[in-house]
Ligand binder design. Structure first.
Ligand code: CO
Ligand code: CO
Length: 344
């Protein structure tokens, strides 16, 4: 058993910007996606048929089972390649582990990661490890894509529908494991969700010609939706009652087991959020809950939603559903705004 530390929270975006001040990033015409749009991964064009996708992600244990933790961390790191529509090719392990601890745990974490990498079709070709007090695990991933297939977060079009492929609530349920208890059935649903690759979702999205995509991770639905709305210069509207939520999350909310990210994500997005209908204070926490290995949020023309939903379900993404729509910016809902509609 590893001691689950809860997912370490992300550094706030404004603190990151401060840390990056006076750092000039050279313009390069081959950089298709860089820092600017807060997209999921960096993309570098090799030629008209091929671009490289680069990303890295790692965190402290979110569950006590080291094999599961390894799978979750790898699925989460691979997800940013899928969120661009790409195919992961090579992975490097990123590991921090206290050498004095049980090395079987170390082995189980790496085995979990390795199994997920195999499932993705990528290969593990190296890594780096340090001896430190806290366990950290994740991957650096390189993927490939045809530049014309790229699914950035800046191309959501007014009239599109928004499809979310996984249930929300992983942060709250991980806290229930840590501070309370989670019944076997709900635990299994949570683990199945976090260890599930966004591979099928990415393949279906390419097949159905979606317009834009991002994955829902540390900044929660609200944070990642806000980044998509701002980059695409549109407003997004979500039907809160339609959001798929993991079983047990409402119990966790009633027990006040929200993570630190709940407050910071709300703070991060508050200038851009409009709530309509009668706000359900419990449901509201789901919007800000940081996700570990969350699903894809796909923006797609309405007439293609039927095909996409069918393909997603065929490939096992059984919780995928339409959760909102893309609006032209107006005075009421200017660009970058997300509206949460609580109408029941
Ligand atoms: Co991402
Ligand atoms: Co990431």
């Amino acid at each position: 058993m590893v001691k689950s530390a809860g997912c370490a929270a992300k550094i706030f975006p404004d603190i990151l910007s401060e840390a990056l001040r006076n750092i000039v990033i050279e313009k390069n015409e081959n950089v298709l996606v860089g820092f600017e749009g807060k997209d999921d991964a960096g993309v570098y064009k090799i030629n008209d048929d091929l671009a490289l996708i680069h990303t890295a992600d790692f965190f402290t244990p979110v569950v006590d089972d080291p094999y599961m933790f390894g799978q979750i961390a790898a699925a989460n790191a691979l997800s940013d390649v899928y969120a661009m529509g790409g195919k992961p090719q090579t992975c490097l392990n990123i590991v921090a582990f206290p050498q004095t601890q049980d090395l079987d745990i170390f082995n189980e974490i790496l085995r979990g990661g390795s199994d997920k990498i195999k499932e993705s079709g990528a290969v593990l070709i190296g890594g780096h490890s340090i001896d430190i007090e806290n366990i950290v695990y994740g991957l650096a991933v390189a993927g490939i894509i045809k530049p014309s297939d790229l699914k950035c977060n800046n191309n959501a079009k007014p009239g599109d529908k928004l499809i979310l492929t996984k249930c929300l609530g992983t942060g709250i349920l991980n806290n229930m494991i840590k501070f309370s208890e989670l019944n076997k059935e709900n635990y299994n649903q949570l683990i199945t969700s976090m260890t599930r690759l966004n591979k099928n979702a990415a393949e279906c999205m390419i097949k159905s010609n979606a317009n834009a995509c991002t994955d829902i991770t540390g900044f929660g639905l609200a944070g990642h939706a806000m980044q998509m709305a701002a980059a695409s210069r549109v407003a997004l509207k979500f039907y809160v009652r339609e959001l798929p939520v993991l079983n047990g999350v409402n119990e966790g909310i009633r027990k006040n087991l929200m993570t630190r990210g709940d407050k910071s994500n709300k703070e991060y997005t508050k200038a851009n959020v409009i709530n309509t209908g009668s706000i359900n204070k419990e449901a509201e926490h789901i919007l800000y809950d940081p996700q570990t290995s969350g699903g894809l949020l796909i923006s797609i023309p309405e007439e293609k939603t039927g095909f996409l939903l069918l393909e997603l379900e065929k490939g096992g993404d059984i919780y995928a559903r339409i959760v909102g729509e893309v609006l032209s910016p107006t005075d009421e809902n200017p660009e970058g705004i997300i509206e949460f509609d609580f109408t029941s």
